[in-house]
Design a binder for this molecule. Structure first.
Ligand SMILES: [Zn+2]
Length: 489
């Protein structure tokens, strides 16, 4: 297999908006043409779900490929900004067989991120994950901690729901994996799976089984209970493995062909999850901003990718999930027929009875990409300008001081016993009053500034998944056989 260099163009600083810089940063790593003998070994008789899973090309739980859903994950990397969220929603504009909207995962770096939009993303059931503070390769412990602390402090994401990590430039090391384990993350998703190593997600009890050519498999990493969700490469017609931003490597027609061919390899094979990994900045048109040399216009690439996604969604038993949802299934795999009834696949939104600043309040976005809402605070530090439902910091956050003292005290931080979707930060009140929506955040504290103790806590974060009620149902009832849906709300 040839080594891909096409995507290195994504290292180019791409775009500027009137309010902020946008960078595209990650690339497909160089993947060798021949495999290296793996030193990976795992005994399925001792490594058992839900806490341990060997790397395997076969579905978990002894299920046959035809019994398992074809999961598709669409993931987004880097900052969250208004126009980029619009792009993400365009890609996720498909529904699962149970009528619920597709969910995505966003690996968020802090620079240029608008935290009110992070909260909105989370409140709509999508996943928020850690991509470091300043997007550096081989990040320090503090780079990882700082991002998680800010996502909690300014976007209200419960610490236990920030479960995932992706290394900037996908440049992870043994040290990085050890660090995320130490900080209580549930999973990493930075490794590459091609064809010979196209494994379902697995735990790192017995080390890495992907990217063995780098020596990582023999590096002696053993991280019980920490999952690796490999990123599944698309092999193009030149036998080159493409990983992120496949659309930059060929024409729209190429992308359609490659994506469909590789999707079918999963779908008609062992049904390993299939991934679409994007930097939404490449797919977003910013006025007056030059495009990546050799690439099509962003809106053309976006339109084509949306069509590809909708073609995939039209196939039977295809579910678009966040990586967090995928892991819920991995821990307790159920056949297709039982998936719709799993709590993590539902799509209820809270009915709080009044508009609160929980990410679901009215937010308007100006043509300039500036976000505003009657309820959000605007934090302006000249070079950065973002909204939050919580108190602005008194100074611009830095990697060493990601959550400076607040500039005011009229907003109340999310407590450990209330998910932010129920939390009114103005009144300081949790609007969930019944046991059925009770919440307890059992995340490992990330630093000394969040007031959450000294590091003791549940290893796997939030093991008690939230159940929300009373609810406003946004589900649609699907008539799967007919391929038709009727919208209730
Ligand atoms: Zn990145």
């Amino acid at each position: 297999m040839k080594i891909s260099t096409a995507i290195l163009s994504s290292l180019v600083a791409l775009a500027v908006t009137p309010t902020s810089w946008v960078f595209a940063q990650d690339g497909t790593p160089n993947i060798p043409t021949t495999g290296t003998a793996s030193s990976y070994a795992c005994d399925p008789n001792t490594c058992k779900l839900p806490t341990c899973q060997c790397a395997s090309q076969s579905p978990p739980g002894g299920l046959k490929p035809e019994e398992v859903p074809q999961f598709v994950t669409i993931t987004f990397d880097d900052s969250i900004q208004a126009k980029l969220v619009e792009t993400a929603h365009a890609l996720l504009n498909v529904r699962n067989p149970n009528g619920c909207p597709a969910k995505g995962s966003w690996y968020v770096s802090m620079e240029y991120t608008d935290f009110s939009l992070v909260q909105q993303w989370y409140a709509n059931g999508h996943e928020v994950a850690d991509h470091t503070f300043s997007h550096v390769g081989t990040p320090s412990a503090q780079e990882i901690q700082a991002a998680r602390a800010m996502l909690h402090e300014y976007a209200g994401a419960p610490l236990g729901k920030i479960q995932g990590f992706r290394a900037p430039f996908l440049n992870y090391t043994a040290d990085t994996l050890n660090e995320i384990s130490k900080q209580g993350f549930v999973y990493d998703s930075s490794a590459t799976a091609v064809t010979d190593d196209c494994y379902w997600p697995y735990t790192l009890d017995n080390g890495m089984a992907n990217d063995c050519w780098t020596g990582i498999c023999g590096a002696g990493i053993k991280l019980p209970g920490v999952w690796e969700i490999p990123m599944y490469a698309v092999v193009d017609n030149a036998n080159t493995a493409q990983l992120m931003d496949v659309y930059l490597a060929g024409s729209s027609q190429d992308v359609t062909t490659w994506t469909t061919t590789n999707f079918d390899r999963h779908y008609n094979g062992n049904r390993q999850p299939f991934g679409i990994y994007v930097h939404p900045t490449h797919l977003t048109k910013f006025d007056g901003v030059p495009i990546v040399p050799g690439a099509e216009e962003p809106d053309v690439m976006q339109k084509n990718l949306v069509e590809v996604i909708q073609q995939i969604a039209a196939k039977e038993n295809v579910w678009f999930v966040s990586n967090a949802q995928l892991l819920e299934w991995m821990k307790n795999p159920v056949p297709i027929s039982k998936l719709a009834e799993q709590s993590y696949m539902k799509c209820d939104l809270p009915n709080t009875g009044k508009e609160i600043c929980n990410g679901l309040q009215n937010i308007t976005v100006a043509d300039t990409g500036v976000v505003s809402s009657a309820l959000t605070n605007n934090c302006n530090f000249n070079v950065t300008n973002w909204g939050t439902c919580f108190n602005c910091p008194s100074a611009a956050p830095t990697v060493d001081n990601p959550t400076p003292p607040p500039a005011s005290s009229d907003r109340h931080a999310v407590p450990d016993n209330c998910d932010s979707i129920w939390w009114d930060p103005v009144a300081g009140q949790c609007l969930c009053t019944t046991d059925s929506c009770a919440y307890k955040d059992t995340a490992v504290p990330v630093n000394g500034t969040d007031g959450k103790g000294n590091g003791s806590g549940s290893k796997d974060g939030d093991s008690a998944a939230i159940s929300i009620s009373p609810v406003v149902s946004v589900a649609v009832i699907g008539s799967v056989a007919a391929g038709a849906f009727s919208l209730l709300l």
